[in-house]
Each structure stands twice: as structure tokens, then as C-alpha cells.
Design a protein around this ligand. Structure first.
Ligand code: S3P
Length: 166
């Protein structure tokens, strides 16, 4: 049984949609950021603050490898996970990577009050989102084999994903 790996920008709904998919398919759900937090006993912000982004990326790749040993699970990746070729290669072998594409304006709205994503704790958040989104969108598209328009309610997006994968 293949894994379902959700990818896309911060705030695109990977975790929410992953939970819904898990309920609908009765498959286990793993949120990579929460998995990393449990494993390290630190929050993502604390890891960035104490050890820097590079260390976080190292831990993240290790977790990709760990999860690649499992099958039949639903994984919500972090927004940066599938921008690294080695992570794409590892996870691609285990199942289908689904890109949830959400437009800039909606992402900005959802991320406006965020305090938990270290990369967004900058003065001009919207500009940072635009810059990262422009850079990452082609990478997400290249990494994934399923594309879904994520500009709808989470339950509806989950149903679209299931109908594509079935
Ligand atoms: C990141 C996204 C976050 C988290 C970390 C870095 C990124 O995950 O992994 O803050 O580089 O886009 P979410 O997409 O779940 O917010």
C-alpha cells in the first residue's frame, strides 16, 4: 500500500487535510513537524533558534528516511521538506506526492497572525511569502505526481485527492 505525502507552502492545509484523509481512509496520519517536535522534545521554533535552520533540515531529512520505512500512511510534510531533492527522492519511492496549491492572497490571510513558523517572523511577511512562494511553487510541481487546487474548504480538497488517487 502506497503512502500519501502532502506537500505545499506553509498554511496550504497539509495538516488539516491530512487528518481528514486519515479519518476517511482509516490510515495512520503523521505530521512531520509534530513528529520532529516529539522526537527532539523541542518545538520547531526552538530548534531553529538554538541550532539553526541547517540542523533542522538535517533532522527533517532523517525523519523522511525513517518514515520511508513505512507504508500505508498519510504524511503532512513541512513546507520546506520537498524543496530538497534528497527528500523528494526518498519519499517519492514510498508513494504519491500530492501538491496542494493555494493562492498567495489566501496564504497571507491564513499566516497573518502566525507566531510558530520561524521563517515568517520577519518585518515584511507578505513580501517574504511572495518571494518564497515564487521560488518554491515550481519545485513543488516538479516533486509531485498529483496536483490539487487547494483554494477550497479542506473537506472538499480531501475528497478531490481521494477521487484522484482511487
Ligand atoms: C517550513 C515550514 C514549516 C516547518 C518549518 C519550516 C518551511 O512547516 O517545517 O517552520 O520551510 O516552509 P509547515 O509547512 O507545516 O508550516
Amino acid at each position: 500500500m502506497k503512502n500519501i505525502i502532502l506537500c505545499g507552502f506553509m498554511g496550504c492545509g497539509k495538516s488539516t487535510i491530512g487528518k481528514i484523509l486519515s479519518e476517511k481512509t482509516k490510515r495512520p496520519f503523521i505530521d512531520m513537524d509534530r513528529y520532529i517536535e516529539k522526537k527532539t522534545n523541542m518545538t520547531v521554533s526552538e530548534i531553529f533558534e538554538k541550532y539553526g535552520e541547517e540542523k533542522f533540515r538535517e533532522i527533517e531529512s532523517g525523519v523522511c528516511f525513517e518514515l520511508s520505512q513505512r507504508r500505508g500512511i498519510i504524511i503532512a510534510s513541512g513546507g520546506g521538506t520537498l524543496t530538497f531533492q534528497k527528500n523528494i527522492d526518498i519519499l517519492n519511492k514510498t508513494g504519491r506526492i500530492v501538491f496542494i496549491d493555494v493562492k498567495y492572497e489566501i496564504l497571507c490571510e491564513r499566516l497573518r497572525h502566525d507566531t510558530k513558523r520561524p521563517l515568517l517572523q520577519v518585518e515584511n511577511r507578505d513580501e517574504k511569502i511572495r518571494e518564497m512562494l515564487n521560488k518554491r511553487t515550481p519545485i513543488y510541481k516538479g516533486a509531485s505526481s498529483v496536483y490539487v487546487d487547494g483554494n477550497f474548504a479542506s473537506g472538499y480538497v480531501a475528497d478531490i485527492i481521494l477521487s484522484i488517487l482511487r
